[in-house]
Design a protein around this ligand. Structure first.
Ligand code: FES
Length: 124
């Protein structure tokens, strides 16, 4: 998927990542925006999260890993992250990943680039 559209709202730049129906509950997808790889996760019908898609330990796409509840496991060495906070949960992870604010607009998932917020889930 490719998110080409962007909009400046306040100081945040919101980009359209994908349609809500493009992600099944329990699924993670990867999008590219201006050379940046982002992962978008759907935890439930109306709860989404977004993180960097590239692992902080090496070059691997987290979106190709194992996603369960709010944890993503890297497909390369098995490092795990909490997708709500970006926090590394086990070895070999030593650096957290960035998370992004997510909202739903017009049946699309939008991500705020540059926004690093402690609570970035969208709940309706
Ligand atoms: S590249 Fe992800 S755990 Fe090593």
């Amino acid at each position: 998927m490719n998110a080409e559209r962007g909009a400046m709202i306040g100081s945040e730049k919101w980009i359209v990542a994908c349609g809500v129906e493009d992600i099944e509950v329990g699924e993670v997808v990867s999008i590219e925006h201006e050379g940046r790889a982002l992962a978008v996760y759907r935890v439930s019908e109306d709860i989404f999260y977004s993180t960097d898609d590239i692992c902080s330990h090496g070059y691997a796409h987290l979106s190709q890993g194992f996603f369960e509840d709010c944890t993503i496991e890297c497909p390369l060495h098995g490092g795990q992250f909490d997708i709500r906070t970006g926090k590394g949960l086990c070895e070999p992870i030593t650096t957290d990943i960035q998370t992004y604010q997510v909202r739903i607009r017009n049946a699309h998932v939008e991500i705020a680039l540059g926004a690093l917020l402690p609570d970035h889930q969208f709940t309706g």
